[in-house]
Design a protein around this ligand. Structure first.
Ligand code: CTP
Length: 400
């Protein structure tokens, strides 16, 4: 199942390192090519000789090969790998990963990764539960890493609780699942909109909203990782979406977004409208900066075109349309009405009433409703995890 896949295994100094030779054996049995990197502390728990024998390659511990003065190139390793799995990862290494403290080869390789990164923490339950560790895990998730949560069970300290590194068989399945899902959207064209739109009042001012564009960018990255060719139409946002399969088109106003969407949507197999498009625009934009020489000021606003409604009207056979609904009241009914009115296959409901959900946050909580009325109720998750949930559902659609 992993034939030809190039995987870097990074080991740090936890007792759970004794499980890694089993993981390496399982990966090799599946046909993967393995390179192993270790922190010096990890060598106290499992020997480099065991690992180099299993992987049939020298294990890298030092940036400089002992005696020869030769440099081990972490950048090359970062480019070589299709996937990096760091297991076990100590609380210390989690902190270094978050802050980019590159004082060993494992961290330099992590920072050079161009591929998906999986991290399997292992530590005692109190260390795992500490705010610092939990904050670090949240940050690593928000950077796009996949965390393989530790299991609850007996720990080396004799205590029992969460902190046991996930079992090698289960890590293998996660890795196999990763590569399997990578191909699901191959040859599919996916159009995603994201960010706010800015409606100019004059050259210095605009009407906008609090959207950061993070949700749409997480969707774009995840769709690209699953093999799709993604066109990302982004309103003003500073966030980047670096992936070879993402073509980004920046727009500013609702009208510009409409024009680009009308050109791109007919080519798309899947359209996901995550943008927070302005519903109204300024009737008469002033060419010069407005002066404060009025005691009060009224702006005339005119409705913008509803992009998703237009795409829904022209929906092609087998095209999948996904909209978002941002609601504060009567959430479910409003979302269901939008789904029907705009001819959608799915609507992702965000309630601004939910703590941790909405604009400008790292997290989100959504319900995904399909055209048959089935509701997939989600918990509070990172936006990356929400993006994965949305794409998991789309990938099971009958036309994919
Ligand atoms: N949308 C759009 N074009 C607009 C406004 C909204 O394509 N001019 C899309 C959004 O990207 C989203 C969906 O329509 O996917 C629903 O947006 P939302 O703001 O929740 O609802 P509206 O349809 O604008 O209705 P209302 O603001 O009255 O709730």
């Amino acid at each position: 199942m992993l034939k030809g896949k190039k995987i870097v295994v990074g080991i740090t100094g936890s007792i759970a390192a004794y499980k890694v030779p089993f993981l390496v054996r399982l990966l090799i049995k599946e046909g993967a090519e393995i390179r192993i990197i270790m922190t010096p502390a990890a060598t106290d728990f499992v020997t480099p000789l065991t690992l180099s024998t299993l992987s049939q390659h020298a294990v890298i511990i030092d940036p400089f090969k002992a005696h020869s003065g030769e440099w081990n190139n972490h950048v090359e390793l970062g480019q070589w790998a299709d996937l990096m799995i760091f297991a076990p990862v100590t609380a210390n290494t989690l902190g270094k990963m978050v802050n980019g403290i590159a004082d060993n080869f494992v961290i330099t390789a992590y920072l050079s990764a161009k591929c998906p990164v999986y991290i399997a923490p292992a530590m005692d339950l109190d260390m795992y539960g500490h705010h610092s560790t939990q904050n670090n895990i949240r940050k690593l998730k928000s950077y796009g890493n996949h965390i393989i949560e530790p299991q609850v069970g007996e720990l080396a300290s004799g205590l029992s609780g969460p902190g046991r590194m996930e079992e090698p068989e289960r890590i293998l399945n996660i890795i196999i699942g990763h590569f399997a899902q990578q191909h699901v959207l191959i040859n599919k064209q996916v159009l995603i909109t994201t960010g706010p739109t800015y409606e100019k009042i004059d050259p210095a001012r605009y009407i906008g909203n609090f959207s950061t564009g993070r949700m749409g960018i997480c969707l774009a990255m995840d769709a690209a990782e699953r093999g799709a060719e993604v066109t990302l139409i982004a309103g003003p946002t500073n966030l980047t979406a670096d992936h070879a399969r993402i073509k980004r088109i920046n727009v500013e106003s609702a009208d510009e977004m409409y024009e680009v969407c009308m050109l791109e949507a007919p080519h798309a197999d899947i359209v996901i409208m995550a943008a927070a498009v302005a519903d109204y625009t300024v009737a008469a934009k002033s060419p010069s900066k407005l002066k404060k020489n009025h005691s009060s000021y009224s702006l005339e606003l005119l409705p913008t075109k509803d992009i998703l409604l237009e795409i829904g009207k022209k929906k092609k056979k087998n095209q999948i349309l996904v909209g978002f609904a941002l609601e504060t009241d009567n959430e479910l009914d409003n979302a269901k009405q939008k789904l029907i009115h705009k001819n959608l296959d799915y609507i992702v409901l965000n309630s601004l009433k939910d703590t941790g959900a909405g604009f400008g946050l790292e997290t989100n909580k959504v319900s995904i409703i399909d055209a048959f009325g089935t509701i997939h109720q989600g918990n509070l998750k990172t936006k990356q995890e929400v993006a994965e949930d949305i794409l998991d559902i789309i990938c099971k659609h009958r036309t994919i």
